[in-house]
Design a protein around this ligand. Structure first.
Ligand code: FMN
Length: 330
């Protein structure tokens, strides 16, 4: 069974990927309830944390019910990253994760995220110093390389392991690919097959069906799957994958009642966490996914995403249940 430091995980664990504006406490709680074995926060800027920027600091909020939880940080300046580690530790997460995979320009141009894939010695140095700074297990999330001509992930993963990284999650794309094309799991399997590797190697990218998760486990031999987009508005994905592992059969999709209940709880948890105004506002982006595939739904979606009062959003949920309660999801 894979372990991250002293954290024992089940066979082939499923990890909720860090996702900006998505992997917040309410969403993480829903995914955890549905079977996610480890959850990660969205990436948090080390510079923002040091400046005490409210937007960064609130992202440190974690709750007992979601453990084990990893807090993900990004940055390229050693000193800022170490100060960020000290701040993160006060939130008492189970894991500190370093983001070496974010492809967006404003991050990459500062050498942070996937930008660091152009400077492997710096990547290794930052990791080494962060590991030394904290007693918490440190994990790394990265991509295959900067571009197709610079894929050295086998060597990179080994060096990260050698400086104390406790697990590595690899997105099977390069930075240049962004999100285009298909994720390539072969180089991730090469990392796993390196006889010197002993830490868990988790695969990431395009695990969007239970069958894909089985392939990642059985054909590619990886230690677990990190799941991102397939879970957005669909926390049931974790349960569906686990059911498929056990039985080889598919669970029926969640009913309308279950979807409405999830949306309700998501909204309520957001309000409890951030207050009425922000809770209502920030949960809006999730509704489209919860209710995907229902014909003539626009009127109801509009109510959900334009109402400023939670009472009106909750009323819209009730209406949806009444009107579409029998809808059969494919
Ligand atoms: C909306 C969104 C936000 C993301 N934010 C982060 C982030 O904060 N940190 C990170 O390491 N990766 C982030 N990613 C990348 C995902 O963690 C994951 O590597 C990628 O989506 C591929 O996995 P998937 O095919 O299962 O979605 C984000 C992806 C999406 C779609």
């Amino acid at each position: 069974m894979p372990k991250i430091g002293n954290i024992e995980l089940p066979d082939f664990p499923l990890l909720l990927a860090p996702m900006e504006d998505v992997s917040d406490p309410p969403f993480r709680a829903l995914c955890k309830e549905q079977g996610a074995d480890v959850v990660y926060t969205e990436f948090i800027s080390s510079e923002g944390l040091i400046r005490d920027a409210a937007k960064s600091v609130i992202k440190l909020d974690i709750y007992e019910k979601e453990r084990p939880v990893g807090i993900q940080i990004f940055g390229a300046e050693l000193d800022s990253m170490l100060q960020a580690v000290d701040i993160v530790e006060k939130s008492n997460p189970d894991i500190i994760d370093i983001n070496f995979g974010c492809p967006v320009k404003k991050v990459v141009c500062k050498n942070a995220g996937a930008g660091i894939l152009r400077d492997i010695p710096l990547m290794v140095k930052l990791t080494e110093e962060i590991v030394k700074r904290t007693k918490l297990p440190v994990t790394v999330k990265t991509r295959l390389g900067w571009d197709a001509n610079s894929i050295k992930i086998v060597e990179v993963a080994e060096r990260l392991q050698d400086v104390g990284t406790q697990a590595i999650s690899i997105h099977g794309r390069t930075r240049v690919q962004m999100y285009k094309g298909e994720a390539d799991w072969k180089p991730i399997a090469e990392v796993k097959n390196n006889p010197r590797m002993h830490i868990p190697v988790f695969g990431n990218g395009d695990v969007d069906t239970p069958e894909a998760a089985v392939r990642m486990r059985d054909e590619y031999g990886l230690d677990g799957a990190m799941i991102g987009r397939a879970s957005i508005g669909y926390p049931w994905f974790f349960k569906e994958v686990k059911h498929y592992f056990k039985t080889g059969t598919h669970l029926p999709p969640p009913t309308m009642e279950e979807r409405v209940e999830a949306a309700r709880r998501h909204l309520q948890m957001s309000i409890d966490w951030k207050g009425e105004k922000l809770g209502v506002f920030e949960t809006r982006r999730h509704y489209t996914n919860y209710f995907k595939g229902i014909p003539h739904f626009k009127e109801y979606r509009m109510k959900m995403v334009t109402s400023d009062e939670s009472a009106d959003v909750f009323a819209a949920f009730d209406e949806v249940l009444e009107k579409f309660g029998d809808f059969q999801f494919a």
